[in-house]
Design a protein around this ligand. Structure first.
Ligand SMILES: Nc1ncc2ncn(CCCCCNC(=O)c3cc(-c4ccc(F)cc4)cc(O)c3O)c2n1
Ligand SMILES: [Mg+2]
Length: 215
């Protein structure tokens, strides 16, 4: 049978990127998705905004919801200092298998914990299983209708504390209206919108950055 799109993305990385060079992995995926086949990576334009937020927060513990092929995982992990790590959750085993290889090719496997499963099932176990106190940064890029329930779940599980930054992809396209309404109207968050474009297209999209202010 035909290869899958994630498999073709991995092939592009193995052909074009240098082992141990995360930037070349990012460039290879962006080139493939812009000139060969569109795919739902955060992409280069929104990716630069993601980079600036990671650099601003300089997080020790990051949670990423929705790994896909590991493109944003590599973008985040390449900016982390020694001792910092990103826990990334992926629901789809085929995507997870590809992401592991992309992360390995970039040489960042020591900074990444890839967990296979659904956010709703795993979030309640994060403290116990990973010894996480609270996350410094959460990148939401999974099922758009799970952004709000998972944010509430993270709050309930004490995984969000004063200063935790939530960064949400696709708040315009495909859109996450209930999540946006919540973080923009809650007295416990300071929210701002970074206008951009849907990856590799001219359509509008953007990232919403929300800082938790404490209870
Ligand atoms: N609960 C749970 N826990 C863990 C999980 N891991 C994966 N999932 C399932 C997530 C499946 C992929 C999510 N991402 C998107 O759907 C997405 C879509 C577009 C897009 C598509 C078509 C268009 F025409 C326009 C825009 C663009 C994006 O940037 C997107 O990120 C999980 N769920
Ligand atoms: Mg996305």
């Amino acid at each position: 049978t035909r290869t899958s799109r994630p498999q073709r993305i991995l092939k592009a990385v193995q052909r074009k990127a240098t082992v141990g060079d995360p930037q070349s992995v990012i460039t290879a995926i962006d080139h493939f998705c812009r000139h060969r086949e569109w795919a739902m990576n955060v992409g280069d334009e929104k990716g630069s905004i993601l980079d600036s937020v990671v650099n601003e927060v300089s997080p020790v513990t990051v949670l990423e919801l929705g790994t896909y092929c590991g493109y944003s995982t590599v973008r985040i992990a390449r900016l982390l200092p020694p001792g910092a790590c990103v826990i990334t959750l992926e629901f789809n085993p085929d995507y997870a298998a590809i992401a592991r290889q992309v992360i390995k090719w970039s040489g960042l496997e020591d900074k990444v914990q890839l967990v296979e499963g659904a956010s709703g099932d795993w979030i309640p176990w994060m403290k116990e299983h990973f010894g996480v106190q609270a996350f410094d940064l959460v990148f939401l890029d999974h099922w758009k209708e799970r952004y709000l329930p998972d944010t509430k779940l993270l709050e309930e599980c004490g995984l969000i504390q004063k200063g935790t930054v939530l960064l949400a992809d696709n708040v315009i396209c495909p859109g996450t209206p209930d999540y946006l309404e919540y973080v923009r109207n809650s007295p416990h968050y300071n929210s701002q919108y970074y206008r951009s474009h849907l990856e590799y297209t001219k359509a509008e999209d953007g990232l919403e950055k929300s800082v938790f202010l404490g209870y």
